[in-house]
Design a protein around this ligand. Structure first.
Ligand SMILES: Cc1ncc(COP(=O)(O)O)c(C=O)c1O
Length: 371
C-alpha cells in the first residue's frame, strides 16, 4: 500500500449539547451570532450547493452572506487523470475555496458561534472579547477572519515548526501570534495548554479548544457531510480524510453513515505520523517524514493543475489506494484542504526540499517549476 497507510476507522461518536442562551447584554452580538448561524445552518447551509437553475441558467443561492456565508458550499471536483488511472470516480471537495482558504474555516466558524451561543464571550460594548486558540495555523487563520468580521480580538499559539507564511498571514489578519517550541501534549508547555492558560488569565476571553470541542466535528456533520451527500446524490462508496483534530473525518463519517451505513470511511495517515503509530503500536509519537504525500502533491499540481498543500496530496494518495482496494467503478470522496501558497518556502522550494532530503522523491520533470 505504499509508504503511507490507510486505516479503516469506526465512526468517532460525538455528543454535544448546544446551549443557546443569551443575556440582554449580549443582544447586540446575538444578532451577529444569529446572522452567522442563519448563514450557516438555518438558511440551509450544508443542504444545498450553489448551482445554476437548469431552465433560467441563474445561480440559485449565489449571493453569500458575509464571511460566515462564504465558508462551506465548496465545489466537488472530479480529478480527471487520477479517476481515469484508477477506473473510479475520485472526487475532492475544494476546501481551499472557503473564504479563509482552508477546510479549517468550517471548524473556526462553528467554534466561534458555539462560544457565542454558550455565552463564553461577553458583548457589553466595552472591551471586545478575545478568542484564544492553539493551532497549527489554518484554524487560527479561520478564527482570525471570523474575529475581524465580528470585531473580536484573536490570539494564536502555534508550534514553531509551522510555515512562516501562516504566521505572516495571521499577523496580517490582526492576530497576536505566539510561536512556541514543539513539545508533546503531556508537557504543560504544549501550545494548547499555553493557549488555555492565556485565556484563563484574561477577562472576557475564550479558549476555543478545537481538539476537544465537539463544535469542530459538528461543523462537518452539519455542512461538509450533507454537501457531499447532496453533490454526489448519495452515490458515494467511500470517503478518505487525513486528520489533525479528527473533526473532518468524524463529522463527515457520522453524517454519511446515518444516511447509508455501507459507506466506507478511511483515515489517511502518513507513516511516521502520530495516529499511524498509535493505531499500529499504541504509542503517541511521531517517527519519520512522509514521502508519498509530497509526491502526490506534485502530481496534483502537474497532472491535474491544482496547487495545494501536502495534506491534499496525502488525501489524494490515500484515495487512490482506497480506489485500488475497493476495485473499479466506485466513487471515492476526499478533499483538497488548502492551497499551496502557504507552503512556498518549505514545499515548493528546491532548496527546502533538498535540505529535507525530499527532492529526490519529486520526479525530475516536476522539479522544473521549482526555484
Ligand atoms: C491543511 C489541513 N488539512 C487537514 C487538516 C485536518 O483537519 P481536522 O482537524 O478536521 O482533522 C488540517 C487541520 O489540522 C489542516 O490544517
Amino acid at each position: 500500500m505504499g509508504s503511507h497507510a490507510v486505516v479503516r476507522v469506526a465512526i468517532l461518536e460525538t455528543s454535544g449539547k448546544i446551549i443557546a442562551s443569551f443575556s440582554s447584554q449580549q443582544r447586540a452580538y446575538h444578532s451577529a451570532a444569529t446572522t452567522a448561524k442563519a448563514s450557516t445552518t438555518a438558511a440551509g447551509f450544508g443542504t444545498t450547493s450553489p448551482r445554476a437553475d437548469i431552465n433560467t441558467g441563474r445561480w440559485i443561492d449565489s449571493i453569500r452572506n458575509g464571511f460566515a456565508g462564504s465558508v462551506g458550499k465548496t465545489p466537488l471536483i472530479r480529478l480527471n487523470t487520477i479517476s481515469k488511472d484508477t477506473g473510479s470516480e475520485i472526487l475532492v471537495k475544494a476546501e481551499y475555496a472557503n473564504a479563509g482558504g482552508s477546510v479549517k474555516d468550517r471548524a473556526a466558524l462553528f467554534l466561534l458561534i458555539d462560544a457565542i451561543e454558550r455565552g463564553q464571550l461577553r458583548f457589553d460594548g466595552k472591551e471586545p472579547g478575545t478568542v484564544v486558540e492553539g493551532t497549527a495555523g489554518n484554524t487560527g487563520i479561520g478564527l482570525a477572519h471570523c474575529c475581524l468580521a465580528l470585531g473580536l480580538r484573536c490570539v494564536i499559539f502555534m508550534p514553531n515548526n509551522q510555515s512562516q507564511e501562516k504566521v505572516d498571514i495571521l499577523r496580517a489578519l490582526g492576530a497576536q501570534v505566539f510561536s512556541v517550541p514543539v513539545v508533546p501534549w503531556t508537557d504543560q508547555e504544549n501550545y494548547n495548554h499555553q493557549a488555555r492558560r492565556y485565556a484563563e488569565k484574561l477577562e472576557n476571553a475564550v479558549w476555543t479548544n478545537q481538539f476537544d470541542n465537539v463544535a469542530n466535528t459538528r461543523a462537518h456533520y452539519e455542512t461538509t457531510g450533507p454537501e457531499i451527500w447532496q453533490q454526489t446524490e448519495g452515490k458515494v462508496d467511500a470517503v478518505v480524510f487525513g486528520t489533525g483534530t479528527g473533526g473532518t473525518i468524524a463529522g463527515v463519517s457520522r453524517y454519511l453513515k446515518e444516511r447509508n451505513k455501507n459507506i466506507q470511511v478511511f483515515l489517511a495517515d502518513p507513516q511516521g505520523s502520530v495516529l499511524y503509530k498509535w493505531i499500529k503500536e499504541g504509542k503517541l509519537e511521531r517517527f519519520e517524514a512522509s514521502i508519498l504525500c509530497i509526491l502526490q502533491t506534485f502530481r496534483l499540481l502537474n497532472e491535474e493543475g491544482f496547487f495545494c498543500g501536502a495534506s491534499s496530496g496525502l488525501n489524494v494518495a490515500a484515495a487512490v489506494d482506497v480506489a485500488k482496494l475497493m476495485g473499479p467503478g466506485k466513487t471515492v470522496v476526499s478533499c483538497l484542504c488548502d492551497n499551496g501558497q502557504k507552503y512556498f518556502k518549505r514545499l515548493f522550494s528546491k532548496k527546502a526540499l533538498m535540505d529535507a532530503g525530499l527532492l529526490e522523491f519529486v520526479p525530475e520533470k516536476y522539479q522544473l517549476s521549482l526555484r
